[in-house]
Design a protein. Structure first.
Length: 82
């Protein structure tokens, strides 16, 4: 797999107005994304999204950082050991 890493980006969305920007970013990185799952949590008025990605570490960090910079969006990234 070269210099790529496998990672999981966890995203908490507390501002519904950021959803379009999130989807645009995920679309921009679509060739690196293995899969994604979104779970609404209506009782808390938020959504939880997990994104599995295979890419170089700089690209993974860039996506996570761009997502986390959006209003009402928090991210955390974990990497595989291999």
């Amino acid at each position: 797999m070269g210099d790529t890493r496998t990672a999981l980006i966890g995203i908490i969305v507390e501002n519904e107005e950021s959803v379009e920007a999130i989807n645009m970013l995920l679309h921009d990185y679509r060739k690196m994304i293995i899969g994604r799952m979104g779970v609404p949590h209506p009782a808390r008025e938020l959504a939880i999204i997990s994104v599995a990605i295979e890419a170089d570490q700089n690209s993974i960090s860039a996506l996570s950082g761009k997502l986390g910079a959006l209003e009402g969006v928090s991210t955390k990234t974990i990497y595989s050991k291999k």
